[in-house]
Design a protein around this ligand. Structure first.
Ligand SMILES: [Zn+2]
Length: 128
């Protein structure tokens, strides 16, 4: 891939009181740009301004910059069953030990895996 074809995204991970029954703590793409510097400027601007907490929110979200392909479906279908998620370690007790993908335990585990993916792939630049 050419440098000029790269796109970057800013992903926000919210800070919610538990239990987060609505899954609001899942990572959200909040900005995108072809320039990584632009993404960090966007974050700096947000962090320098007033932030209003929404319902059940405990504090400001944390922002991460990633190359956009990390969140694309193509990049994520890495598991044997063709899923985006590793179901093996999910503590769901429905369907004879298979994860159901719909209960609170499954949803929380999916969100945790999404957050781990974002953190693992974040771009770090030295900010002046
Ligand atoms: Zn389940």
């Amino acid at each position: 891939m050419n440098e000029k074809d790269k796109r970057y995204i800013v992903v926000s991970i919210g800070d919610y009181y538990s239990p987060d029954l609505e899954g609001k703590g899942a990572p959200k793409v909040v900005y995108d740009s072809e320039s990584v510097e632009d993404c960090f400027e966007w974050i700096e601007d947000k962090e320098n301004n007033t932030y209003y907490l929404s319902h059940n929110e405990a504090g400001r979200p944390i922002y991460y910059v990633l190359e956009d392909y990390h969140l694309s479906v193509d990049d994520r279908y890495g598991y044997e069953d063709g899923s985006c998620y590793d179901w093996e370690d999910i503590d769901c007790n429905k369907l004879n030990g298979e994860a159901c993908g719909e209960c609170q335990a499954c949803i929380s585990a999916m969100i945790e895996q999404d957050i781990a993916l974002v953190k693992h792939n974040q771009v770090n630049i030295v900010r002046s």
